[in-house]
Design a protein around this ligand. Structure first.
Ligand SMILES: [Zn+2]
Length: 66
């Protein structure tokens, strides 16, 4: 079963309550709008995990506009 890239990259990481949290995704219902700072707030250990996960998908092909 295919899953969102988000689920792979941020597995076992907790997002915030922002309505557009990078980790949690778009949230309807109760949420805040102060902006998500989850990436900025990641600790060194979590950044290392994220880097290794990015390496896994970095060469995969996706459509995007330059
Ligand atoms: Zn967040």
């Amino acid at each position: 079963m295919e899953k969102a890239v988000r689920e792979f990259l941020f597995r076992d990481m907790n997002g915030c309550t922002d309505g557009n949290c990078v980790i949690s995704g778009k949230r309807s219902g109760m949420h805040t709008n102060g902006g998500c700072h989850c990436i900025q707030n990641l600790g060194r250990a979590q950044l290392n995990i994220l880097a290794s996960r990015l390496m896994v998908i970095a060469d995969k092909k996706i459509d995007f506009n330059d």
